[in-house]
Design a protein around this ligand. Structure first.
Ligand code: PGA
Length: 235
């Protein structure tokens, strides 16, 4: 079964999150695993409104420690107390704007996994790295920061494809996913301008196990269209 995760980024406060979740719970989404990742302040309402459905709620980041003097951070224990069982770590926007690196992404993943959460660990090369022919070495380095675990999924998100409309070709995605799996044998989602009209072809690649969707996850119609495309791929 494919996994479709909606990364809301810094969109949808509690009111808008409630509206979205009320709509989402009315949808028939069979044959696909669905995750939404609201901002921290909207997690509680998402957990409440999606309770009793198969849709999982995850955070967009998580600290590695149980508690401590880490201003602005949220621990795995705090998320679990809220009913949030998963988190994204190492997203390229965290790396680009907030000093996240392989070491901290790996620590976040280990802390969350040790606490019993599921983790979506993000990797992906920048445009310059791809042009310099460094894609393989960058991916090997980033992937090596994570340790295999039954509750770990990686997301290949080429930075040049995020929010740009420049989706990776199915071949680029497939090559990168195969490489990632040769380093760490875990499911790999593709992320970067996934839309209803390109989801099926990307998700049909043998090593593309799902998608991490940003912009198109914010509207119910486009998000559920991508979920349905995923459900229709024969496994
Ligand atoms: P996008 O974002 O779908 O808007 O390109 C993907 C992501 O950053 O996870």
């Amino acid at each position: 079964m494919k996994l479709i995760a909606g990364n809301w980024k810094m969109f949808k406060g509690p009111g808008a999150a409630a509206e979205f979740c009320l709509g989402l719970r009315e949808e028939e989404l069979e044959g696909v695993d669905v995750v939404v990742t609201p901002p921290f302040v909207s997690l509680a309402v998402a957990v409440q409104l999606l309770a009793g459905t198969e849709i999982a709620v995850a955070a967009q980041n998580v600290h590695w420690d149980e508690e401590g003097a880490y201003t602005g951070e949220i621990s795995p224990a705090m998320l679990l107390e809220l009913g949030v069982y998963g988190a994204i770590v190492g997203h390229s926007e965290r790396r680009q704007y907030f000093g996240e690196n392989d070491e901290t992404a790996g620590k976040r993943a280990q802390g969350a996994l040790a606490a019993g959460m599921f983790v979506i660990g993000c990797v992906g090369e920048t445009e310059e790295e791809r042009e310099r022919g460094e894609t393989e070495s960058v991916l090997r380095r980033q992937v090596s920061a994570f340790e295999a675990d039954d509750n770990l999924v990686l997301a290949y998100e080429p930075v040049w494809a995020i929010g740009t409309g420049k989706t990776a070709t199915p071949e680029i995605a497939q090559d990168a996913h195969a490489l990632i799996k040769s380093v760490l044998d875990v499911p790999v989602l593709y992320g970067g301008s996934v839309k209803p009209d390109n989801a099926a072809v990307l998700l049909s690649q043998p090593d593309v196990d799902g998608a991490l969707v940003g912009g198109a996850s914010l509207e119910l119609e486009s998000f559920t269209a991508i979920c349905r495309a995923a459900a229709n791929i024969p496994s």
